[in-house]
Design a protein around this ligand. Structure first.
Ligand code: SF4
Length: 105
């Protein structure tokens, strides 16, 4: 049985990745080791970059739908995505208005 879902954009096309604010950032910021000390500072720095990113919704949708376990994606840490899932919250709901405006971009 094939998994299907309603994709809002072509993840594999790569176009959204070309518009990512993190393209010129230190990748270590987005994949810190741990959640305390300097890792906490890395997470906050990554989130600042995500906040200004034009493709936050695409990034978060990709991370959620492909079960990315590690790293900061779409402005959310792995712990935040995990906790949202555990509470049954669709982490994409919060971005829906932004995502809607980005559909087809
Ligand atoms: S939302 Fe954050 S991690 Fe995702 S592409 Fe944009 S800057 Fe990179």
């Amino acid at each position: 049985m094939a998994l299907t879902w309603d994709r809002t954009h072509d993840w594999d096309g790569g176009a959204w990745r070309d518009r990512a604010s993190c393209r010129s950032s230190d990748p270590d910021l987005f994949f810190p080791v741990g959640t305390t000390g300097s890792a906490r500072e890395q997470i906050q720095a990554a989130k600042v970059i995500c906040k200004a990113c034009a493709v936050t919704a695409q990034c978060l949708e990709f991370a959620v739908m492909t079960n990315q376990e590690s790293g900061i994606w779409g402005g959310m840490s792995e712990d935040e995505r995990r906790k949202a899932r555990a509470r049954g919250i669709d982490v994409l709901v919060a971005l829906k208005p932004k995502r809607r405006s980005l559909v087809g971009s």
